[in-house]
Design a binder for this molecule. Structure first.
Ligand SMILES: Cc1cc2nc3c(=O)[nH]c(=O)nc-3n(C[C@H](O)[C@H](O)[C@H](O)COP(=O)(O)OP(=O)(O)OC[C@H]3O[C@@H](n4cnc5c(N)ncnc54)[C@H](O)[C@@H]3O)c2cc1C
Length: 457
């Protein structure tokens, strides 16, 4: 079976056109807003969307392009399966939002509930997945175990003899390069102002609280500011004397051209993470290849990250190179009237790892022998930002009242993004959102609390 010819040519820069485009500075910026959001990833735009719908005057500042960093580069998995129990209430809410999102946005962002499958390499791994069923049941999820025969009915032509799998049929997928830009457009229609090519250099404070942001084009007064700056949040917080342990890992991703349907939804197995795309291809990545380039932050936060390093050691590829010196060259303080580190890197655009791409290509051919010469139509990489317990920080700063932080989604913030945006909008506007945000306080890293990874029920 040879791959069929695509119905129509897929643009060879389909995904990267999210960030490979010119920067246009805004014509003007507002003097004031109720809330300023820093960062135009899925978390920032979703928060802007819900705040604007609540009638709150919100301005979002993005230094580069909407979804130019993690939110446009991820695998596109929208899953509840195997999530940390602390995130599940927000994720369940997020799933409900995704379900009606396209109708609300008036745009197709590729969201489909096509299920998530984690294929087990061994009986031991299957038993570990089985243990997660307790958590699934606690939250009323439809997760179940598939036996080997059932799994074959979902995945066609795989060479592996997996003993079984964990499956959540109600999990979904969406297209990252479409979703956040569509949410941003809906936020604008609801009344939000979205400024791109507009870095925030720092914040102003008066009377012991935040009073505005200083952008590269001037000041916007606001009594409430949210930093949803992804991989840049720790640096931004550090400038303001707030310690936020956060490190970066690089993930390499590729997409195939349109192929015959091997399976729908997402699959973790055979050394790969795979997702059926809206265009009929597959998004491909290594199951657990993580590249951490050692930087001064690695040493700064090493103790906090020790449990994560131990847990992920076998998947972690540690390197040291120019990133170390690049980070070392970033000043701790910078003046507000000259370009800040945020303007110097408008879009964090790491190179995909060629060795990893080769490994992925071979693994795909091995797993699906019908595609011995699968070609990647496009490849890219993204910097995943992570916290010590791989669970986000969502809270108001104890040091600067009126300053809120939402970051550290640790490689799984796309699916939860709309739900997080709704919960954050509730936190900022003081409207009760029904989601308990207490597990996401920054202070948990400093008050002696144990750092817990993969919390289950
Ligand atoms: C390779 C990869 C695979 C992933 N796979 C999945 C997946 O399948 N499912 C899933 O749920 N999640 C996945 N994730 C994680 C997910 O993409 C992120 O958790 C999520 O996109 C984070 O969204 P965000 O809005 O917090 O951050 P980002 O999308 O990183 O956005 C932050 C934005 O803030 C801007 N910014 C920062 N500082 C400033 C400043 N001072 N002024 C103005 N703008 C600023 C940046 O330019 C950036 O655009 C993956 C991530 C990667 C990289």
């Amino acid at each position: 079976m040879a791959p069929p010819v695509p119905d129509k040519p897929v643009p060879d820069n389909l995904v990267s056109q999210t960030w490979e485009k010119p920067f246009f500075r805004p014509d003007n910026i507002p003097d004031a807003a109720d809330v300023v959001i820093i960062g135009g990833g899925i978390v920032g735009v979703s928060t802007a969307y819900f705040l604007a719908k609540a009638g709150i005057k919100v301005v979002l500042c993005e230094k580069g392009h909407i979804a130019g960093e993690q939110s446009g580069r991820n695998w596109g998995w929208v899953r509840k399966q195997c999530r940390d129990a602390r995130e599940l209430p927000m994720m369940i809410d997020s799933m409900n939002i995704w379900t009606s999102l396209e109708k609300d946005l008036g745009e197709d962002v590729g969201f489909r509930r096509t299920g998530c499958i984690y294929a087990a390499k061994s009986e031991k791994e299957l038993a570990n997945y089985e243990d997660w069923l307790k958590t699934a049941r606690h939250f009323g999820l439809d997760t179940r175990l598939l036996n080997a025969a059932e799994l074959k009915t979902h995945i066609h032509g795989a060479s592996e003899n997996w003993p079984g799998a964990l499956h959540t049929p109600s999990d979904g997928r969406a297209e990252p390069h479409l979703a956040a830009p569509a949410i941003a457009r809906a936020a604008i229609r609801a009344g939000a102002t979205i400024l791109t090519t507009c870095a925030v250099r720092g914040m102003e404070q008066s009377a012991g609280r935040v009073s505005g942001v200083i952008t590269e084009y001037g000041t916007i007064k606001a009594q409430q500011v949210l930093c949803a700056g992804g991989a840049w949040t720790s640096l931004f917080c550090r400038f303001h004397g707030i310690r936020l342990p956060q490190l970066k890992v690089k993930g390499t991703v590729a997409r195939t051209e349109k192929l015959e349907k091997i399976f729908d939804g997402e699959l973790y197995g055979g050394g790969l993470g795979l997702r059926r795309r809206h265009d009929g291809g597959y998004t491909v990545a290594s199951e657990s290849y993580m590249n951490h380039s050692i930087t001064p932050s690695t040493f700064r936060y090493a103790l906090k990250f020790l449990p994560a390093f131990i847990e992920e050691f076998k998947h972690l590829h540690l390197t040291i190179g120019s990133d170390f010196f690049d980070e070392l060259s970033i000043p701790v303080r910078w003046p507000m009237d000259t370009p800040s580190p945020f303007e110097r890197t408008r879009v964090l655009n790491p190179d995909p790892d060629e060795d990893n791409l080769n490994v992925m290509q071979k693994a795909f051919a091995r797993l699906f022998p019908a595609y011995p010469d699968v070609k990647f139509a496009e490849s890219w990489a993204g910097m995943i930002e992570t916290t010590p317990d791989a669970v986000p920080v969502i809270c108001e700063s104890e040091k600067i009242p009126g300053f809120y932080i939402a970051t550290g989604f640790s490689g799984h913030g796309f699916g939860i993004g709309p739900g997080a945006g709704k919960a954050i909008a509730g936190m900022i506007s003081g409207q009760v959102g029904g989601i308990d945000l207490s597990p996401f306080q920054l202070k948990r890293y400093f008050d002696g609390s144990k750092i817990i990874l993969n919390q289950r029920i």
